[in-house]
Ligand binder design. Structure first.
Ligand SMILES: [Zn+2]
Length: 372
């Protein structure tokens, strides 16, 4: 990783917000960019042609779940994630650490041992084994294994997690350097931890940058802390990261936090929020959150969001979609998912356009007004 595989060209800045183009071996990614989550190799209710139609640039997949079913070797036998999904866009795999650390694992200096939620079998992740597993999955971008302490945790536990994350970052990079010298074109992102402590965040970011990666994830935020505690920690981390490489805020997708984070200089986001909300009939709109179950929509011939240009809003009414929701017709989950993903992708595109036009503050004020 001595020469980063990914580089960011800064297209425009507006305050600390930025619009960039990330150059990758596969092509390019325009940022800010929202990446929908396809945990097991599909964004729930969608297929790769839907992702094409929606203009998705990057999709996420989950190392833990794919390793358990169908297994990383089998994914490799099917040609890797791109060929398996028949998807030419970018794929990013997370390390699986977030899932594993929710399973009350045994953590030591070298790795983490846990039981599978699928069949109770014992497994061990090390920083190097996770790189090797993600090599088999074949994504464009890998994430390192980091330590995610339970929250809330006392400061000494957060500090220990941060130190282990730092030590593991080097081990992951060493493992990737071997693959890189054998011709791998997979990128590897480090992860900044440190909870909401501004000083820990700064130190973690500085250390991660010193190890050197193709891009930088910021993990462990938006996990229950209020936004006014998240944003200073995020800003502290961003201040220590290189400007010519991508910055990825992990697991954040609510419209307000996305726009506030863009305002601080974040490039990439992922979250299950738009797809999960869609399945429960909660709709993202220009006027804020809409609950499709509400009786007021029963006779409405309006689209989900009159300001939305998605194919669902072009064709079907709230009244029809509410009916499908109440009788649990599976089609409704697909239609609401298409709308919500489209809506969030367009919001992030609008943020890019606003940065390019120098009008980002107006966009931020508008979103803050609708999404408290
Ligand atoms: Zn729509």
């Amino acid at each position: 990783v001595n020469v980063p595989l990914l580089t960011s060209t800064v297209d425009a800045v507006d305050g600390t917000a930025r619009a960039t183009t990330v150059h990758t071996p596969r092509g390019q990614i325009e940022t800010p960019c929202f990446m929908p989550v396809g945990t097991r190799g599909a964004v729930r209710h969608l297929a790769a042609n839907d992702l094409d139609d929606l203009g998705v640039q990057v999709v996420l997949a989950n190392t833990y779940h794919l390793m358990m079913r169908p297994g990383a070797e089998l994914v490799a036998e099917l040609g890797g994630l791109h060929q398996m999904m028949a998807w030419d866009g970018h794929v990013l795999t997370d390390s699986g650490g977030f899932q594993v650390f929710s399973l009350e694992p045994k953590v030591d200096d070298d790795g983490v041992t846990f039981r599978s939620t699928y069949d109770g079998t014992r497994h061990r992740f090390t920083p190097a084994s996770v790189v090797d597993t993600q090599r088999l999955l074949g994504a464009d971008i890998q994430m390192v294994l980091d330590v995610c302490p339970p929250l809330p945790s006392p400061p000494n536990v957060v500090a220990l997690a941060m130190e282990r994350t730092a030590a593991w970052a080097q081990l992951a990079r060493d493992a990737m350097d071997v693959h890189r010298s054998n011709g791998s074109t997979q990128a590897l992102f480090g992860i900044v931890q440190g909870g909401i402590d501004v000083d820990l965040r700064r130190r973690s970011a500085e250390h991660t940058r010193t190890v050197g990666f193709d891009g930088y994830g910021i993990g462990g935020l938006s996990v229950g802390e209020p936004r006014h505690e998240m944003l200073p920690a995020l800003a502290a981390a961003l201040g220590e990261l290189p400007t010519d490489q991508p910055r990825y805020l992990m697991g954040v997708g609510d419209p307000r936090s996305v726009v506030e984070a863009v305002g601080l200089g974040v490039d990439l986001f992922d979250c299950v929020l738009p797809t999960r909300l869609a399945r429960h009939g909660t709709i993202l709109t220009a006027a804020g959150r809409l609950n499709l179950r509400n009786l007021v929509h029963a006779t409405s011939d309006e689209p989900l969001d009159p300001a939305c240009a998605c194919p669902v809003c072009a064709r079907w009414s709230r009244g029809y979609l509410r009916h499908l929701l109440l009788v649990q017709e599976p089609t409704v989950a697909r239609l609401c998912t298409i709308h919500n993903v489209h809506w969030l992708l367009r919001l992030v595109e609008e943020a890019r356009d606003a940065v390019l036009a120098g009008t980002f503050d107006a966009l931020r004020a508008r979103v803050a007004d609708r999404w408290p």
